[in-house]
Design a protein around this ligand. Sequence first.
Ligand code: 0O2
Length: 232
Amino acid sequence: MGIIEETRDQLIRKSLMSDEFLDYLQENKLPLDTMMSNYRCAIMEIETKFNVLNEQFSLQYDRNPIETIKSRIKSMDSIIKKVRNKNIPLTLASIQKNIHDIAGVRVVCSFLSDIYLLADCLLKQDDITLLERKDYIQNPKPSGYRSLHLIVEVPIFLQNEKKMMAVEVQLRTIAMDFWASLEHKLRYKKNIPAAEANLLAAELIDCANISSALDIRMGEIRERIAKSYPKI
Ligand code: 0O2
């Protein structure tokens, strides 16, 4: 993080602690807790859908397309930062309307083709609405990042009402997850001189390309086995 970003971060932290903001939090505590609880419920719904699909594949084809599912709720700090960056009003309604990754579900798949298979299975379900699709596998980010991102809306059924909640689903292979996790850790290392940072960025892109090639080769091996020994 550069000096400007660090100062901005400190300013955000200071204003997060301001009386005005603390009053706002206090006044909105119940609605805020309710909103976060609703997002947690939406995560449960999506996780269950993937667990059901994994179970069915396991029975039908004797294999699990999902390695792991990791979920997270965005921290209040990150939500407020996003409110500021997007320059949207600090209200719960505006947060829900404009920030779609408060609830996040990350599905780590065994093979590349499983990503698209699972995405299709999820999107075919009649209670799921696709809000946005970003295919960073077909179009990797300049950093080298690869994953399929789906912003979906899922209903949660409460005591007296049904609510539609947005969830960001990130689908990726083990190799993509390995790269993204390490790159995320390295990104927060500070005080790296610009020239060195550029070299490291190029290295990371190279690593992303190598792991992508690995995904393709593993997929080819799997197809070859499936063709030759379909009963195994
Ligand atoms: P965290 O901690 O994972 O929540 P938007 O959300 O649409 O306003 P953006 O950047 O268009 O902003 O969203 P996008 O491209 O869908 O990516 C958001 C998330 O993807 C990030 O969440 C990361 O989880 C992941 N991601 C995107 N680019 C990279 C990358 O270069 N490296 C790694 N490791 N992960 C990436 P957050 O909010 O940054 O953080």
